[in-house]
Design a protein. Structure first.
Length: 165
């Protein structure tokens, strides 16, 4: 029998109660970036890891302001958000060397938005062969690296990049 080790999932299993409030607003307001998985902040947005990723390194970029639609953002906020998406994309290219990306915005429940009230953009690295029978047959995703290990590698790259200028 094959075994899949995913010890980082215990935090989810042991805490089934949904969190109150917006995860993006909490991440923006609180200073515990590691706990909230925040990798970077800019004037109007932040980049954070998805706690329940589709694949290893799944990031999200969100505006600082709690808005549900792109039309609610100023031009400066929208530009800053897209620059954060580009920064996340480049960060993943440097650290994880993916062969492709899925990037997307789900606006509204009908579009699959898990967090409807605070728009955000998913940046998902992809590799040839990263989807296999496990997703189809077992309804299971295999993530090969722990969440905090991925956070540390991405965070180190951001710090190194900031030091270079």
């Amino acid at each position: 029998m094959e075994r899949i080790w995913a010890p980082w999932r215990m935090a989810y299993i042991n805490n089934p109660a949904p969190q109150e409030g917006c995860i993006f607003c909490k991440a923006w307001e609180e200073n515990d970036d590691r706990e909230r998985l925040v990798l970077a902040r800019s004037r109007h947005s932040l980049i954070m890891m998805n706690r329940y990723p589709y694949s290893g390194g799944h990031l999200m970029a969100a505006p600082a302001r709690h808005v549900s639609d792109m039309d609610d953002l100023s031009d400066a906020e929208l530009l800053d958000l897209m620059q954060s998406v580009r920064r996340a994309h480049n960060l993943l290219r440097a650290v994880a060397n993916p062969q492709g990306f899925n990037m997307g915005i789900n606006l509204g429940k009908a579009a699959g938005a898990g967090i409807e009230d605070h728009m955000h953009i998913h940046i998902v690295p992809r590799w040839n062969g990263d989807t296999n029978f496990m997703s189809v047959v077992g309804n299971v995703r295999v993530i090969p690296e722990g969440l905090m290990e991925t956070y540390d590698r991405l965070s180190e790259e951001i710090t190194a990049g900031a030091a270079k200028g």
